[in-house]
Write a protein that binds this ligand. Sequence first.
Ligand SMILES: Cc1ncc(COP(=O)(O)O)c(C=O)c1O
Length: 414
Amino acid sequence: MAVTTGTKLDAQRLRADFSYLEELANGKPVAYLDSAASTQKPRQVLEGMREFYEHSYANVHRGVYQLAERATAGYEGAREKVRAFINAPSVREVIFTRGATEGINLVAYGWGLDNLGPGDVVVVTELEHHSNFVPWQYVAKRTGATFAHIPIDDYGELQLDALDGIARSGNVKVVANNLVSNSLGTVNPVEKLAVWAHEQGAIMVVDAAQAAPHRLVDVQALGCDFLAFSSHKMCGPTGAGALWGRRELLEAMSPFNLGGEMIRSVKLEATSWNELPYKFEAGTPAIAEAYGFGLAIDYVAEVGLEAIEAHEHELAAYALEKLAELPWVTVYGPPADRRAGIVSFNVDGVHPHDVAQVLDWEGVAVRAGHHCCQPLMTRFGIAATTRASFYLYTLREEIDRLVAGVEKAKSALG
Ligand SMILES: Cc1ncc(COP(=O)(O)O)c(C=O)c1O
């Protein structure tokens, strides 16, 4: 791997690890600016997974033969990597999931259905991804709890002065917030919210899908109770993710999925649950994917989370500066010093999908749409944005190509 020195990473060298980034699109080098949706995968992860499938693959926790023991060691080794990556106190608190969405659903169903009722309040924010919005809205409705949200200001930042009013509206039991917004790149004050949540006697659920791949995440420093993220947004395979939860909460929770592996004993009359984390891992897990997730953690940790954050910050600041020169472009979200490597914008008179289409002709891949944040789009009075998102392999010249493509879209269609 192209290892970096100090806190500065060398994106050009890292790109050699990603085959797709060496290809051409429409005869032009690809500029993959859609890493918030999913990242490209380095050969270290792909080759490691292939090796695992060829030489260490069997079902886990079941066989006594050597191959099964190797598979179990690979799977459980990945769990320890996740634990260390987020500084969780215990490996038993780390549950493998299919991704952030499943992790949040696990908490909403497993904790919410047993602990919420009329008079209770579930609090989300106006800038949540649907994954951290819809499960809570649904479980609040099913249990009779009130569903409240923290509004945002015109910069897309949380209006914390709304908290007092929310506290007066009932027993706040859950606060759910993303650490970094996938639409706007807003970095949210989760530590502050966690303190407030605990003052109310609530749990703090953190969606770290857009944070864990890009900055150091420490569950103990955040002071949260649950935290979910996905492998595929950080150089790992799809179908894998992790949920961390405080042990005492996980111990007290009902299981989410039921079946093999998650049981201690099954009798005709009753079934008892396995110990943590297996109580929440019913059925055959995504074994090689979890292993690949561990390899992805190795990869991003070796590049360095601080270096990744600094690199993306520079790119975001540059993109904001260049887009600000175009008076017909509206950029949404906070200024560069309070945002991660995500830039959402609209071009006057050109639909976001058309902007994305013209950019594609230029070899620049961006996302256009509501980004699974319809309440946020409603707040800004729009249906969609064009979003460029950056990662450790993004180059400054790709921002120049983005801006040139936006100018082309405006002159052709605006
Ligand atoms: C902030 C945020 N939360 C949750 C998710 C859901 O992640 P996944 O689809 O990997 O479960 C995403 C995906 O885009 C996201 O950006």
